[in-house]
Design a protein around this ligand. Structure first.
Ligand code: 5AD
Length: 427
């Protein structure tokens, strides 16, 4: 059976689609990189905003157009929250909820035994080997009022540390140079694994800290990166971890809003003052750290004054990168029923204003490093000999060379602004 796999949305979705590809491959199926070659297309969908849901539908329609004969199986958060919308698409052969996602290859084989018999010997499959997204937990026990992911993925479940360590060691042996720890709420990692000491653990991030310590001590990964970590989970107890230079100097601390009243309506557990304290803490302990964030504009009740407060606050922080989201009412979430929903036009205007600020902040952060040399993990080549890579502090770096840099960590001197990052010379 020839299988094409595609994930939309977050790093967690990407880690899951690669895990599914590995399972299909291990079962003897062939992974193809074009839908038109596939007997089955597997889609891991997203529904974090209505735009993500729309993209999920568009992708399915495109796959169907590219290959009218293929079968399509859909899983992920959109499939979990809105299966009836997928059924209405008239091109979906199988819908699998998040709870059964990992078993999807087995489910397919059981439902379609004839397909299984047509299996030909498996062709070697080599995913691009630079950065591996490793899932450490799923689900979230918070109830941010805008968030549908907690509904789509359920309560927190942590993977065992032994399993995670084994997976990372395997990825390192396969040649991956960077491991990115992913999940819905990684700061809560382990709180569900030790129920007897849960009270003592309280809301501490000691589970995550212990896990990172073990990964650094017991695996040879050259780089370890954290994905999004909630501001309230980032505390003093984590800071000493960055004494190890293999831990990337990058913190994604989703702020969502820079106005306390908006944060309260969002159900976020911090004030802007507390957020600043975390940022200062990080900057003191981790020189050159990149602090990146997510901002939602146009949350219900966000007045001009509240938005201005957020703009000023965001500007004052000096983020390395900002992902801007227009608030999107999601089914089943409290915020969708809140009064004073913001008009689409106002959301659009605020989004544009925040984008401009985001671009300036990103460029200012990059400029600080011109003239200095950093190790860059080189990932992809385009336009002939132009290479693109990433510093540990999340600056996108470009250079040209005829040498094959793919999946190497090579020192480069950052020279000037280029696209969304910096142009550099290999040293
Ligand atoms: N509308 C807009 N943005 C949202 N996000 C989550 N839910 C919504 C929503 N309903 C954004 C948050 C989060 C990121 C992954 O997606 O900023 O951090």
């Amino acid at each position: 059976m020839r299988v094409y796999l595609h994930a939309l949305g977050c790093k967690l979705n990407q880690s899951e689609i690669v895990a599914l590809a590995r399972t299909f491959h291990a079962l003897g199926h062939i992974i193809v990189d074009k839908a038109r070659e596939a007997d089955w297309c597997i889609v891991n969908t997203c529904t974090v905003t209505h735009i993500a849901a729309r993209k999920s539908r568009q992708l399915i329609r495109r796959l169907r157009r590219e290959n009218p004969n293929t079968h399509i199986a859909v899983t992920g958060c959109y499939a979990e929250i809105s299966p009836q919308e997928l059924e209405a698409l008239n091109g979906v052969d199988l819908i699998v909820g998040n709870a059964d996602k990992e078993r999807l290859p087995k489910i397919l084989e059981e439902m379609f035994p004839l397909l299984e018999r047509s299996v030909s010997p498996s062709r070697p499959w080599r995913p691009s080997r630079t950065r591996a997204f490793v899932k450490i937990q799923d689900g979230c026990d918070n109830r941010c009022t805008y968030c549908v992911v907690t509904l789509a993925r359920g309560p927190q479940r942590s993977r065992s540390a032994d399993q995670i360590l084994a997976e990372i060691s395997q990825r390192v042996a396969e040649g991956y140079k960077e491991i990115v720890l992913t999940g819905v709420h990684i700061g809560a990692y382990g709180r569900d694994l030790r129920p007897t000491t849960n009270a003592a653990l309280g809301h501490s991030s000691s589970g995550l800290r212990d896990l990172i310590e073990r990964i650094l001590a017991q695996t040879d990964t050259q780089r370890l990166r954290l994905s999004s970590i909630e501001p309230w989970d980032f505390d003093e107890s984590l800071l000493t971890l960055w004494q190890n230079p293999r831990l990337c100097r990058h913190l994604h601390l989703p702020l969502q809003s820079g106005c306390d009243a908006t944060l309260r309506r969002m159900g976020r557990h911090y004030s802007v003052e507390e957020y600043v304290r975390k940022v200062l803490l990080a900057r003191e302990a981790i020189p050159d750290v990149a602090i990146t964030t997510d901002i939602i504009v146009g949350f219900p009740g966000e007045t001009e004054a509240e938005f201005a407060t957020t703009m000023n606050f965001v500007q004052s922080i000096g983020f390395a990168r900002i992902h801007v989201f227009k608030y999107s009412p999601r089914p089943g979430t409290p915020a969708a029923k809140m009064p004073d929903q913001v008009s689409p036009q106002v959301k659009e205007d605020r989004c544009r204003a925040m984008h401009i600020l985001a671009q300036r902040a990103q460029s200012a952060f990059t400029k600080r490093f011109f003239g200095r040399t950093f190790p860059v993990l080189w990932e992809t080549r385009s336009r002939g000999f132009q290479w693109k890579g990433l510093t540990d502090h999340y600056v996108r770096v470009y250079t040209t060379t005829e040498k094959d840099l793919h999946n190497t960590i090579a020192e480069a001197r950052l020279l000037n602004t280029y696209g969304d990052g910096a142009w550099a010379a290999i040293v």
